[in-house]
Ligand binder design. Sequence first.
Ligand code: DAH
Length: 337
Amino acid sequence: MDNFNLENIKRDFERELNQAQSEKDLFELKGKYIGKKRGIISELLEKIPSLPQEERKTFGKEINILKNYLEKKISESFENIEKMKSSLPKMDLTLPGRNVFSGKVHPLSQIKEEIEDIFVSMGYTIATGPEIEDTYHNFEALNTPEDHPSRDIQDTFYLDVENLLLRTQTSPVQVRSMEKKRPPIKLIAPGRVFRRDDDVSHSPMFFQVEGLVVDENITMADLKGTLLDFYRKLFRKDVSIRFRASYFPFTEPSAETDLSCVICNGSGCNVCKRTGWLEVGGCGMVDPKVFEFVGIDPEKYSGFAFGLGIDRITMIKYGIDNIKYFLENDIRFLEQF
Ligand code: DAH
């Protein structure tokens, strides 16, 4: 045995210590070098008695120095591992995982976005207007005289400020858009509207989409073709529509649009009350008086307009029987869409 051998042992140890990755590796290293039974150091110590007398002392001393060095290095490494472990957050890996719920787009917003996509693909732009409106845009410019029932305090939420109200319809966006833009006009205006109404199919706040097309030579056939095309795209079905004569102050002639029942395809069911038809919205040709309010020449231009309820359409599409579900935010309802 000579010094050279001890240096080699030290170098091997240092290399192996560097490679050690885990506590288990360290235990193995400890056993290999300073283990009581078969450790390299123990084996060296056992060899001392067989050495010549004069070498025993120095050799023994050097082995002890190496042994102390190895012990120190190994315990330092154990300490480092302990430090690392205590800086990690405590985790119980046996706990069952938590479910992650993903958020969803509200069914009314989904249908609103679908409606927007369909009309945008047909070349329409999307217009908006204020939810707090004035009586001029909500009524007067829409040819709704002061004694008209829809102006009644029963239907309308008036604000304390004179001439201001919560808009009862999206139709004022027609007026605001025509004030700003000359024909050709081709727009839809989705948004919230407010009325003093409250039952299973009416809520004080609900959503409408207004449609307006103004250009030369616009006819009622354009209106009917547009709505038919729209409903076929929305319901992804070969539905039919029919017009029933009606009255709105801002259209002449006016019509209610009926859609062949998307549940029973017209043969009669509970949803369409056995009529085979579903009422889906009002429409008509823009009344020349409205054009006069916004300064568009009714001799040159004509237009059609329509209004539909997003809530009503969503209820029909998904078979929902109470409008209140949309506002309750019950997760059991919302997660179905
Ligand atoms: N604004 C009407 C309502 O809320 C719906 C409507 C009917 C809109 C006919 C229109 C229309 O644009 O032409 O009851």
